[in-house]
Design a protein around this ligand. Structure first.
Ligand code: FRU
Length: 481
């Protein structure tokens, strides 16, 4: 390990130590989500199950609650429920990554763990350079950087990053998020037989390619995998204009479905679908585990937009990951469900097999608190407006007249404005709500739609109420988590 690497690590650990008390005394520290021990966390990286253990790396700036020269922080888990923090995996200590070990991914090969990431380099005039770098680990915990394996090809700006690697038949592939010289977003494919020498195959999807038309100035964090007989490409496009209830956040994260012809290097795909309808969700990454499950974790954050307004910043940390979600393709749509293992968090079950909701908001014994899961199922078609209010901070409501489901919350910027997000929905079959001390994740109709958001009610705001314009019978269950 170089002296610089060692001293950066020491500085980062010092930072964790110095601020430990302040960070941990924050009422908004989450109960069952992955968070940074100090500083800023963004994208999930290198998500993989290796030797039976799930590894989740993350973009980490230990020195401030702002972006900068990122490290790869490291968590592992044997059950996707309890996460253990480890020593730093990668430090921005080399000429090719001195301004950040940016996002990337992992693959197992010859019993070793290979990671690919973007080395971000800026010169004195702030001009950007980008290098795709490989690092190898025997045990999954300590990494040796092997150096640059891909240089910037012709035709792209230096916004060329976030390699996601996978194996198809006996060949390795890697997809990169890019901006072409005409300043539009692209996803660029590479191929290799040995993980070291990579052949540039060109853009397989992008703005003004295929069915997408005008589709942003940069695509970040692409991820391509097979699921249910289709090829799914997830990516995070920047520069889409809001359109009705769509594209309401500054940047989006979503997917297209299609078929990648690996020989012709052609990806025929359909239109873009947002993965999440809430406020904070970006740059998700998936992996396939030993049981063949395709699992997704997203960054429960949104870059730039109001990042500095999160109240956790007073306590020297910001952002978190979503809970792990299993992906399934159902009738041509990606469904996301909390992984089965999360049921292990459940305590103190309460169940109300049939309750009648009315216009007066009702609360129920055992359905309150700051960290809980709620299951809600109408026992008849909901023909009236139904509202679930949580923690005096926001609400979930379904309006059968507009056939829209809404999540609203009090803005954490001014503590006053109510902000709303919507999805179209024919009918509510069920809702599963995961509340943590400062987050909500709402899974609608077994994961057909998902809303993710950070919320900042005070610790003692613990009420949950249910109301319906006319009487509605529902089943309710809840667990403390
Ligand atoms: C997405 C992103 C990536 C980049 C990383 C830097 O949030 O901007 O494109 O690699 O974050 O932290």
């Amino acid at each position: 390990m170089s002296d610089l690497d060692q001293s950066l690590r020491n500085r980062a650990y010092k930072e964790v130590e110095v601020h430990k008390e302040v960070v941990e005394s924050d009422q908004y520290r989450l109960n069952y989500h992955v968070m940074p021990p100090v500083g800023l966390l963004n994208d999930p990286n290198g998500f993989i199950q290796f030797n039976g253990v799930y590894h989740l790396f993350y973009q980490w700036n230990p020195f401030k609650t702002d972006h900068g020269a990122k490290f790869w922080g490291h968590y592992s888990s044997t059950d996707l429920v309890k996460w253990k923090h480890h020593d730093i995996a990668l430090t921005p200590s080399d000429w090719f990554d001195k301004n950040g070990c940016y996002s990337g991914s992992a693959i197992e090969h010859d019993q070793k763990l290979y990671v690919f990431y973007t080395g971000n380099v800026k010169d004195k005039q702030n001009n950007r350079e980008t290098y795709q770098v490989m690092a190898v680990s025997e045990d999954g915990y300590t990494f040796e950087k092997k150096g640059v394996v891909i240089e910037l090809p012709e035709g792209y700006t230096a916004h060329f990053r976030d390699p996601k690697v996978w194996k198809h038949d006996d060949t390795f592939y890697l997809i990169i998020g890019a901006q072409s010289k005409d300043l539009t977003g692209k996803a660029v494919l590479f191929r290799s037989n040995n993980l070291v020498e990579w052949e540039h195959l060109g853009a397989i999807a992008g703005a003004h390619m295929g069915p997408l038309g005008d589709f942003g100035y940069m695509w970040e964090c692409p991820d391509l995998f097979e699921l249910g007989g289709q090829d799914v490409m997830i990516f995070s496009p920047q520069g889409l204009e809001p359109s009705g209830i769509h594209y309401q956040n500054l940047y989006q994260a979503g997917y297209v479905l299609g078929k990648l012809d690996y020989n012709q290097v052609q990806f025929d795909h359909g239109s873009f679908v947002e993965l999440d309808r809430g406020f904070e969700f970006y740059a998700p990454q998936t992996t396939i585990d030993e049981n063949g499950r395709r699992i997704l974790i997203g960054w429960m954050g949104m870059p730039e937009e109001r990042e500095d307004a999160h109240p956790t910043i007073e306590h020297k940390w910001v952002h978190a990951m979503t809970i792990p979600r299993e992906l399934k393709l159902v009738d041509g749509k990606l469904y996301q469900r909390p992984v089965e293992e999360l049921k292990r968090l459940r305590n103190e079950e309460v169940a109300y097999s049939e309750v009648e909701l009315a216009s007066e908001p009702k609360s129920f014994d055992g359905i309150d608190g700051t960290s809980l899961e709620i299951y809600f199922e109408p026992l008849e078609e909901m023909t009236e407006l139904v509202t679930i209010r949580f923690r005096e901070n926001g609400s979930i409501s379904y309006d059968p007249a507009t056939k829209q489901l809404k999540l609203d919350r009090v803005s954490f910027v001014d503590g006053q404005t109510v902000e709303e997000r919507f999805c179209d929905l024919e009918q509510v079959k069920n809702l599963r709500i995961f509340l943590d001390t400062s987050s909500i994740e709402l899974f609608v109709n077994d994961g057909e739609e998902v809303f993710t958001a950070r919320i900042y009610p005070d610790h003692d705001q613990q009420n949950i109420t249910f109301a319906a314009e006319k009487n509605v019978r529902v089943l309710l269950k809840a667990w403390k988590l």
